[in-house]
Write a protein that binds this ligand. Structure first.
Ligand code: PHE
Ligand code: FE
Length: 285
């Protein structure tokens, strides 16, 4: 599986992978596309091809359509080219970063419709498993979804909301929301459940597991329930939350979270494999 840290897992001061010697004030760097080796492009192709085979019937429509438009199967993409396409579609741009960036910086980028993409690619030994997000996870997993206007708007609102949550001591809760949606979210479609979470879409194993395994729960998306639920960072998720569509995600996260943070702080968080009385584990076909 694809194990990686996100904003929630990195602790300040921990050594991060990546070259931070040339960052600007927003942690942005040049991608330096010419520095990628033929071996790295070949590894990208192998990663791409494995995922591309798994995508039909599992990924949501916007992911499949955008992936085709992006045309990134031949090697590590040039961020500026894809950024131009993306900007035309939803007004988002891509910025290159050395790796994980501080929470505040990450959310500032999102709040300004900039998606930070890590420049380095995993080593061949890490084909199935990485600890920190690399260019394959960040680009292949996240960028296609940003072509959906509602999802794109949602992610900007998330960035603004996270800057606000930092002041309200609500970031742990909001990180769970990100985890269970942007990283590990499932969505309904007329043909059945589909994946929109980047952590699943860039993973060779979880993309099948999340849709079929009786070992995990699939619960209807509920903001408060999600923000109460702990998550796994070193195994497949034990619970997935399912949205009806991106409009639901946008609408349900639009209200002011300030009172919800206060309510949730008084409650114990729930273990990742919790099924509360009265909850429905969505049936699989
Ligand atoms: N509505 C949230 C708040 O008021 C902000 C937010 C928007 C959070 C979208 C997540 C996603 O704090
Ligand atoms: Fe991610």
């Amino acid at each position: 599986d694809d194990f990686f840290a996100t904003v929630a897992e990195k602790s300040d001061g921990a050594a991060l992978r990546g070259d931070y010697s040339k960052i600007d004030a927003q942690y942005v760097v040049k991608q330096d596309w010419d520095a990628y080796t033929p071996e790295q492009h070949a590894l990208w192709r192998r990663l791409y091809q494995r995922q591309a085979k798994l995508i039909p019937g599992r990924a949501c429509d916007v992911f499949i359509e955008s992936l085709e438009l992006l045309n990134i199967g031949d090697g590590i993409p040039r961020f500026v080219d894809s950024s131009d396409l993306l900007f035309k579609a939803t007004g988002w741009t891509l910025v290159a970063v050395p790796g994980l960036v501080p929470d505040h910086t990450f959310f500032e980028h999102l709040a300004n419709r900039r998606f930070p993409v890590t420049v380095w690619l995993r080593d061949p030994e890490e084909f199935d498993y990485i600890v920190e997000p690399d260019v394959f996870h960040d680009f292949f997993g996240h960028v296609p979804l940003l072509f959906n206007p509602i999802f794109a708007d949602h992610l900007q609102e998330y960035g603004k909301g996270a800057l606000k949550a930092m002041k309200l001591d609500g970031l742990a809760m909001l990180a769970r929301l990100y985890w269970y949606t942007v990283e590990f979210g499932l969505i309904q479609s007329p043909e059945g459940l589909r994946v929109y979470g980047a952590g699943i879409l860039s993973s060779g194993g979880e993309i099948e597991h999340c849709l079929t395994s009786p070992a995990s729960l699939r619960l209807p998306f509920d903001v408060e329930r999600v923000m109460r639920t702990l998550y796994k960072i070193d195994s497949y998720q034990e619970t997935y939350f399912v949205i009806d569509d991106f409009q639901q995600l946008f609408n349900d996260t639009a209200p002011d979270f300030t009172p919800m943070y206060e309510r949730l702080k008084a409650l114990q968080p729930l273990p990742a494999n919790t099924l509360l009385p009265g909850e429905t584990n969505l049936a699989l076909k």
